[in-house]
Every structure is written in structure tokens, then in C-alpha cells.
Design a protein around this ligand. Structure first.
Ligand code: SF4
Length: 330
């Protein structure tokens, strides 16, 4: 593994059994994540974008081993996470933290925010007494909260402030990688911008690496160095953020970009309307996007799964219209 990668995921698969019948027997398998590979260079942000049901949160939870992968490898700082036992995993998890979409649900409402951040400092860093109080107050100030907030409860805060508490709690354990799972989707637009700015500042200050999970391609544009588009558990396009927006190749990416509102009326693009809904049939023989694709399809679109191939420098696409070569980078 190149030494500048903090996380390298290879061939990740996650399947869940489909049960049915009177005896609730396994009658099939739902492939939530199917052969996904990507890497996050240290200090960079990788965006995973897709509609609800595309498998992006499942990937985030698999990296933390909150969900057991069915196959594949996950290397964090050169350590193979799939080989670790529960005790070793607990230790390494403090270096990777998840920030959740609904901050209120992730905070204990019976604890003050000082106690919430203090608990993380005690559990992971062994801090007690005054040292713990002092560091918790520092962290809360670091995320934009005031000293007087220390003794208040989560319900006394707005959604944006609650997310700041979640970020302070994550920072308490001195992580190297944050998995940001739709961290602003429950917030007002003006508050979203504040939280994104805070995350960018903290990334510089603490040399953090981010996996940024979102359904909103427009939102990830300014946060991510590289973006992977997920469709039905498969990566269909991976490239640098500018490349994705300036030269999108996969019809799915093109449709998502066309739907992003353009503030300049002179630059309005024609919106590509996606047909139908994302389906759950992930084991069709051809391209998983075929039933919704607006491009000029080929006969093999219905019969052959397009692999993710390198089509240009650092630009991977899974579409028969864009032949490429097999690459080991993604
Ligand atoms: Fe569309 Fe075929 Fe490309 Fe799939 S492989 S995205 S169906 S053109």
C-alpha cells in the first residue's frame, strides 16, 4: 500500500440475507455493497455519493467494523482491520470516528455536553478530574461553543450546535480519520455552511482525513478532493472533484450534476430526468443502471456488467460507452 494512504478498501462486499416463507428461511441475498475499492490519501477528503439505498452508509459502518463485511480487505494505517479481534478493534476504533446525520440521536440527553465530551476523554484517554474538565472545555471552544454551554443538556441546543458537540466528542479521542455520514443533511442551509467550514478548519488544524458520505453531489464539490459515485452498491465513477464536475462520464453522474441548481442563469444546463427509482435488484446480469439510463445504450448493457476501468488519468468509469484499462489504483 502506498504510504500516503490512511485507508485502503479493496473488493469490499457486504450482503444481507433475504428471508421468507413460513420457516423464515434464507431465500436469497441482498448485495448492499458489491466489490467496492477506493483509497483515502492522508489529510484528504474522499466523498461517497449516492441515492438512499446505494450502500454508502453501509460502507462507512463496514470500515469501522460496525457491520461485518462479507468479503474484501480494509487497511487502516497499514493494519488489516478484517483480521483484528474485538479487543484490538476497540483500540483502533479511537483513531476512526463517525459523525452522524442526526446529532440529537447520537448524544445522551441525560448528560450535559461537558459530561458527554468528558466521558470520551475518560474512556479513550484516561483523563480525570480537572484535566478532563479543562480539555473538554477547550474542545467545546474549538468547535465554536462557549464556556457557559458546558453545563447544558443536548435538548437546549439547536441542530447545528448539537452537531458541534458531536464533532467535539469525536475530536476528544484524537482520531486520524472521520467518517462524516451526511453530517449536515438535517440542518438549515445557512447552518450547513458553518458546519462545513468548521470541518475544513479542523481538518487543517488536526491533519484529519475524511470520508464524506452524502446524497448531495453539489454539497461534496467543495469538501472533497476525490469523489466516488455509488449506484446499487457499486462504484460507477471515481475521479477528482473538478474532473467529476467538468468532465462527468457516467450517465448517472451526468444526470445528478444536471439536477444541481446553477445560480448563474446564463449557465443553466438542461436537466436530465432520471427515470424510475433506484431498484433493489442488484444481481441483474447487465449494467445496474440500465433501466434508468438516458444514454445511447448497447446490447451488452443488458447482459454484461461494466467493470470500473481507468479511462483517463485518475478517472475510473463503469460504463460500456467508456472502455478503459484495469487499474490497481481504484
Ligand atoms: Fe448506460 Fe450502458 Fe453505460 Fe450502463 S453501461 S450506464 S446502461 S450506457
Amino acid at each position: 500500500m502506498p504510504d500516503d494512504a490512511i485507508l485502503e478498501v479493496r473488493g469490499l462486499k457486504v450482503s444481507f440475507p433475504i428471508r421468507g416463507g413460513l420457516l423464515n428461511r434464507k431465500i436469497g441475498e441482498f448485495k448492499a455493497v458489491d466489490d467496492v475499492s477506493f483509497r483515502i490519501p492522508r489529510g484528504k477528503t474522499f466523498g461517497l455519493v449516492g441515492e438512499s439505498g446505494s450502500g454508502k452508509t453501509t460502507i462507512g459502518k463496514s470500515v469501522l467494523r460496525l457491520i461485518q463485511p462479507s468479503a474484501g480487505s480494509i487497511e487502516f494505517n497499514g493494519i488489516q482491520l478484517t483480521d483484528l479481534n474485538a479487543r484490538q478493534l476497540r483500540k483502533i476504533r479511537s483513531q476512526m470516528q463517525m459523525i452522524y446525520q442526526a446529532p440529537a440521536a447520537s448524544l445522551n440527553r441525560r448528560m450535559t455536553i461537558g459530561q458527554i465530551v468528558g466521558e470520551a476523554l475518560w474512556l479513550h484517554k484516561g483523563l480525570r478530574g480537572e484535566a478532563r474538565q479543562k480539555r473538554a472545555a477547550e474542545l467545546l471552544r474549538e468547535v465554536g461553543l462557549q464556556n457557559e454551554h458546558f453545563y447544558r443538556y443536548p435538548h437546549e441546543f439547536s441542530g447545528g450546535q448539537q452537531q458541534r458537540v458531536g464533532i467535539a466528542r469525536a475530536l476528544a479521542v484524537q482520531p486520524e480519520l472521520l467518517i462524516l455520514d451526511e453530517p449536515t443533511s438535517a440542518l438549515d442551509v445557512s447552518v450547513q455552511a458553518q458546519i462545513l467550514n468548521l470541518l475544513q478548519r479542523l481538518q487543517d488544524e488536526y491533519a484529519l482525513s475524511y470520508m464524506f458520505i452524502s446524497h448531495d453531489l453539489g454539497l461534496v464539490r467543495y469538501m472533497c478532493d476525490e469523489i466516488g459515485l455509488l449506484y446499487l452498491g457499486k462504484l460507477v465513477e471515481v475521479a477528482g472533484s473538478d474532473t467529476i464536475f467538468e468532465r462527468p462520464k457516467h450517465p448517472y453522474t451526468q444526470a445528478l450534476i444536471s439536477a444541481i441548481p446553477e445560480p448563474d442563469p446564463d449557465l443553466q444546463r438542461e436537466e436530465i430526468i432520471l427515470k424510475g427509482e433506484i431498484s433493489e435488484l442488484s444481481d441483474l446480469p447487465g449494467c445496474p443502471f440500465a433501466s434508468r439510463c438516458h444514454a445511447e445504450k448497447m446490447s451488452k448493457c443488458e447482459t454484461h456488467l461494466p467493470p470500473l476501468l481507468l479511462t483517463d488519468e485518475n478517472h475510473h468509469v463503469a460504463c460500456h460507452l467508456h472502455p478503459g484499462t484495469v487499474s490497481h489504483a481504484s
